[in-house]
Design a protein around this ligand. Structure first.
Ligand code: AMP
Ligand code: MG
Length: 349
């Protein structure tokens, strides 16, 4: 299949918008930009299209998709029960990077929800995608627009790398502002549960609806029974072996590992915060990359997937990357980093 590219200049031409909307309605799958990461969208009411998503991404069928809406009243079309707390969150955070899990209506295909009786819903904050959803009166279900397991795409180029020739089209909407997937909160529980941390933090949510909790699965490496099936799969991983290091890690510890694991001949990248760069001057690595300011974790979050993908393209075989404190946005950053690195912390002497 020859994938069509819709290259924006802020807004698409009218006839391109029409073509995209018609294609979604006809059951095609098209990647679209959002503020978090690029999504691979299918019409929620078309099972054939939804199947194409799982196939193109090589995604396990028991990993649910998120419904993307353009107007708040569309929630009523797919959710059967909307608690007051859910409405409050929508008021404050939509459009934005917050997915709200609610009981679903019967008419929502269980293919989209991977058999669950709930559906995750959000309203993305991207003008181009909003115009498609509103103008087409569409609800799209979507996972991230990457091959299952690899770092999520935060630019048009990333989607092309993973899915070119496998999907109907890709809409270019520039670089994603947030850079990691949405915060997911389950409102079907007595105490709302955060299933996936994102750039909207627990503290910000609690200011609006009071006490919420983190799902216990976020604190364990081995997930025995995941609330969301998606939690159990390998995620966000580059091709390189990843070593998570502490900030300004002793060069000695890094060199000991390099010597003992015969990494000597292999390519190695060091990824650190700007403030700590000086600590690694003596290290002779293939690449040294600054991920952002330590004082601005949002920047590191925005860059994380792009840098992991850049390492793949450069043929990096080993990545040594700094951790940060698991608080506030740092908790979300470390959630992705630990999965990308399979919880592999550098062993210290
Ligand atoms: P992604 O595949 O990374 O784009 O995001 C989809 C993720 O949303 C899945 O992997 C699930 O973890 C989560 N998700 C979607 N729908 C639900 C749901 N109904 N209940 C719980 N988690 C969900
Ligand atoms: Mg994904």
């Amino acid at each position: 299949m020859k994938t069509k590219y819709y290259i924006r200049d802020n807004m698409l031409k009218e006839e391109e918008l029409e073509e995209i909307i018609a294609a979604y309605k006809a059951g095609e799958i098209i990647a679209f930009p959002t503020e978090t990461v690029y999504g691979l969208g299918a019409n929620i009411f078309c099972d054939e299209a939804i199947k194409k998503i799982y196939h193109a991404k090589r995604r396990p069928m028991d990993n649910p998709l998120i419904a993307h809406i353009g107007k708040q009243e569309d929630v009523e079309k797919i959710a059967s029960l909307i608690p007051a707390k859910a409405r409050k969150l929508m008021e404050v955070f939509w459009p934005g990077p917050l997915t709200i899990v609610l009981k679903r209506k019967e008419l929502v295909s269980s293919l989209a929800t991977a058999g669950l009786d709930t559906i995750g819903i959000r309203m993305p904050d991207h003008p181009l995608t909003e115009s498609i959803l509103v103008k087409g009166d569409l609800i799209l279900v979507a996972p991230s627009a990457n091959l299952s397991g690899s770092p999520s795409p935060t630019s048009f180029k990333h989607v092309k790398e993973d899915l070119d020739g496998k999907i109907y089209g890709i809409i270019d909407g520039g670089n994603c502002e947030e850079g990691i997937e949405s915060t997911i909160i389950d409102l079907t529980e007595e105490i709302p549960l955060i299933l996936r941390p994102g750039t909207i933090t627990k503290e910000e949510i609690e200011e609006v609806i009071g006490k919420v909790a983190f799902d216990q699965a976020l604190f364990t490496k081995e997930v025995v029974k995941a609330k969301a099936p998606g939690m159990k799969y390998k995620h966000y991983a580059p091709k390189a072996k990843v070593y998570i290091i502490k900030e300004k890690e002793d060069i000695e510890n890094i060199l000991t590992e390099v010597a003992k694991s015969s990494l000597g001949e292999q390519t190695k990248a060091l990824i650190c915060f700007r403030e700590n760069y000086g600590a690694y001057l003596a290290l002779d690595f293939t690449e040294k990359i600054i991920i952002g300011d330590k004082s601005n974790i949002k920047e590191a979050i925005r860059n994380l997937y792009r840098i992991l993908r850049d390492c793949d393209i450069l043929g990096i075989e080993n990545i040594f990357i700094e951790e940060t404190e698991e608080k506030g946005l740092g908790f979300s950053y470390m959630n992705r980093l630990k999965k990308a690195g399979s919880y592999n912390y550098l062993k210290r002497s």
